[in-house]
Design a protein around this ligand. Structure first.
Ligand code: HEM
Length: 218
């Protein structure tokens, strides 16, 4: 499928952030052949910290900004996956995701949310092949991209067909950039909590925080 100029622009301008986020250990380990249950639980917890406030904000703003737009809330799927792995308590954190004020900014936010389901499909395949024997519930978050229509295809239907002004593009990019940064913040707060809980010396914590700090600096 040919990409619209708006998507090509967002893709190009956020490529570095994407490369960074997918290479963070908390994400990259999801593709490991030897992924452990503990590592999967940690990744799901970090994703829950990011998605929970994003779900809440989208529930509030979509009816006003894009009333016909539908996307499944992610927190229930993440909680169901964590339950499937034997976790009985969940920390949804106190992170907020400030509402976007305009259509282009909201489209930028949705670009990141729905785009991430493309990576999810790749992760789901690896998880299916792993020795963890996950149930459909355990996989449901990563299988979102297989819905019909897929969240990504649905999102693409909402991109204006007529060329966008530079101002519109910049506003979309603002929405996308702050959404990637929101994920980085959530992952960093999750890693900090987990390192505090499990690592006696500060080595891993320093390593992870250092790479995150670099990613967050302008
Ligand atoms: C291990 C973690 C991840 C992997 C392996 C991964 C991998 C991928 C892959 C294979 C694609 C499809 C690229 C294409 O079709 O050209 C993709 C797209 C995308 N991913 Fe990820 N991803 C990961 C995590 C994330 C996260 C955490 C986010 C958001 C916070 C994210 C946001 C996106 C976006 C916005 C796109 C659409 C990019 C575009 O085509 O313009 N990804 N990812």
């Amino acid at each position: 499928m040919t990409r619209s100029p708006q998507i090509s622009f967002l893709s190009r301008e956020t490529a570095e952030l994407h490369r960074h986020i997918e290479s963070l250990p908390i994400m990259s380990q999801l593709l490991d052949k030897d992924l452990t249950k503990t590592a999967l639980v940690r990744a799901l917890e970090a994703l829950l910290l990011a998605h929970s406030p994003l779900d809440n904000t989208l529930r509030d703003i979509l009816p006003r900004i894009l009333p016909t737009y539908r996307t499944p809330p992610r927190a229930p799927l993440l909680i169901s996956a964590l339950r499937d792995l034997g976790q009985s308590s969940f920390n949804e954190g106190s992170l907020q995701f400030p509402p976007s004020a305009s259509l282009p900014e909201t489209l930028g936010v949705l670009y990141v949310l729905e785009g991430s389901t493309l990576g999810g499909q790749m992760i789901a395949k690896r998880l299916e092949q792993s020795s963890l024997s996950l149930s459909p519930q355990g996989l449901s978050f990563f299988l979102l991209g297989n819905m019909t229509p897929s969240p990504w295809e649905n999102f693409l239907q909402h991109i204006p067909e007529s060329p966008s002004s530079q101002e519109f593009l910049e506003e979309m990019l603002r929405g996308a950039t702050r959404t990637f940064q929101h994920f980085l913040t959530a992952f960093s707060s999750s890693i900090a909590k987990q390192s505090f809980r499990t690592v006696p010396s500060g080595f891993h914590q320093d390593f992870e925080m250092d790479s995150l700090t670099k990613a967050l600096s302008p």
